[in-house]
Design a protein around this ligand. Structure first.
Ligand code: B12
Length: 232
């Protein structure tokens, strides 16, 4: 492998640079990731392409090696930190689209779970699509969700879980909403790597969303449908 110090990111072509970003993300090199994101922006890449092709794709490699016991928590934390550095640069570009206001979403990761990259990505893309997003962070007990959706008069509740041990907590939140008679006042979207469509249905969510782009599509469609129903 070439000596890292010899690599000048701006001299790489697009494919080489993306490949290098996957390596740098793997190695948790935040500054290099930030520099590379800026280079791709200057080269005219869309924020969405940078997110998916460089950052999310790189994180998938990290995830696979974490799963296989090649990487451990400290390394993955560094990778996550580097990813967040890149996302922070892209956020204003995704958010300033001038899209018309679509509705309001409260989003948070469930109790016992501290994964927030996917949630943050969904929040950014939803803002970019014109939704107002209130992010209540990680490790949220049911009370936090209920308090936030009421306080914010939200249209959508979004819950994220990345662990098979924490995803059942989404049902606790939905069941509590049902008990309080407020379930149907909100669209409930759920997401996170271990979930699937079947799970979303089983816990009574309105939709499971595979990724941030799908979340935006589904949210737009459902909000439009709700408005039409109300208008009819
Ligand atoms: C980064 C990471 C960490 C970081 C988190 C840093 C951070 N700030 O988020 C750290 C190192 C802290 C971590 C810790 C742990 N982790 Co971890 N982690 C990951 C990893 C590698 C990547 C997750 C990620 O960010 N992906 C990138 C984003 C963009 O994708 P995403 O999260 O899936 O989000 C997208 C969609 O799912 C969807 N989405 C997500 N949320 C939402 C919400 C809504 C409302 C909607 C609509 C859509 C949506 O849209 C997103 C954007 O496209 C995954 C591997 C994997 N395959 O997912 C493991 C993984 C989730 N972790 C795992 C484990 C086991 C742990 C630990 C228990 C490890 C340990 N022994 O301590 C702890 C648990 C800590 C806790 N209590 O939460 C396991 C879970 C296994 C399981 N079956 O439950 C995984 C799958 C790795 C593995 N294969 O072993 N982890």
């Amino acid at each position: 492998m070439a000596d890292e110090d010899d690599i000048i990111l701006s001299e790489l072509d697009d494919d080489e640079l993306v490949q290098q970003m996957h390596d740098d993300l793997y190695d948790g090199l935040k500054e290099e990731i930030e520099e590379a994101v800026n280079i791709l922006v200057e080269r005219g890449w869309t924020p969405y392409d940078i997110l998916t092709k460089a950052l999310v794709a790189g994180m998938t490699i990290v995830g696979n090696d974490f799963r296989d016991g090649i990487l451990f928590v400290p390394e993955v934390l560094l990778a996550a930190n580097a990813m967040k550095g890149g996302m922070a640069i892209l956020k204003p570009m995704l958010v300033e689209t001038g899209a018309p206001r679509m509705g309001k979403m409260v989003i948070g990761t469930v109790k016992g779970d501290i994964h927030d990259i996917g949630k943050n990505l969904v929040a950014m893309m939803m803002e970019g699509a014109g939704f107002e997003v209130v992010d209540i962070g990680i490790n949220n007990p049911v009370e936090n969700y209920l308090e936030a959706i009421e306080r914010e008069q939200a249209d959508i509740l979004g819950m994220s879980a990345l662990l098979t041990t924490t995803m059942p907590y989404m049902k606790v939140v939905i069941d509590t909403m049902k008990e309080k008679g407020i379930r149907d006042d909100y669209l409930v979207l759920v997401g996170g790597a271990p979930l699937n469509e079947e799970f979303g249905k089983a816990i009574g969510a309105d939709a499971y969303c595979r990724d941030a782009a799908v979340s935006v599509e589904i949210a737009k469609e459902m909000v439009a449908r709700k408005h039409n129903q109300m208008g009819a």
